[in-house]
Design a protein around this ligand. Structure first.
Ligand SMILES: [Zn+2]
Length: 162
């Protein structure tokens, strides 16, 4: 259900056209069929895995023309997180919300945010330099129970870019 006056784009293409300038798009990175490596950065132009020598692309079928793109055996979908976090810090109100966990004094003895929990405090004691910067973000990223990635991101570097 959308708010009054808001509309959904008519098609997937139309929604991609709106979202693309925001930098929210997925990046597709070819990967070895056997999960040995990614065809990325220095290895971006390789045609086979440098570890197991599995070809990067499926064999071309009859009738394929040169203009048709080669199809990789496997691709990784990468959703860059840093631009999204940078965007959160561009507005003062959202930036305040992002730093709240560190700057709000909270209430002694109340457990109302993960920062009040022992796990958060243990992390702060274990990583005092990371914990000292209020702009650093602790992420708990979960995708439908299939992949669980816990990532701590140092945003001091991102902050300099803003
Ligand atoms: Zn391989």
């Amino acid at each position: 259900m959308l708010l009054k006056g808001h509309k959904l784009p008519d098609s997937f293409y139309a929604s991609k056209k709106v979202v693309a300038p925001l930098g929210l798009g997925l990046q597709k990175i070819d990967a070895c069929e056997n999960d040995c490596m990614l065809f990325w950065k220095d290895d971006e132009d390789l045609q086979e895995c440098k570890i197991c020598h599995h070809p990067r692309f499926k064999p071309r079928k009859r009738g394929w023309k040169k203009k048709h793109k080669s199809i990789p055996f496997k691709q990784l979908s990468y959703l860059p997180l840093t631009p999204k976090l940078q965007r959160l810090y561009t507005l003062q109100t959202t930036a305040e919300h992002m730093r709240w966990h560190k700057e709000d004094p909270g209430e002694e003895g109340k457990l109302c945010h993960p920062r009040d929990g022992e796990a958060w405090k243990h992390f702060d004691r274990s990583h005092p330099i990371f914990a000292a910067e209020s702009r650093n973000v602790r992420l708990h990223y979960r995708m439908m129970g299939l992949i669980l990635i816990i990532k701590d991101l140092d945003l001091t570097r991102v902050g300099r870019l803003l």
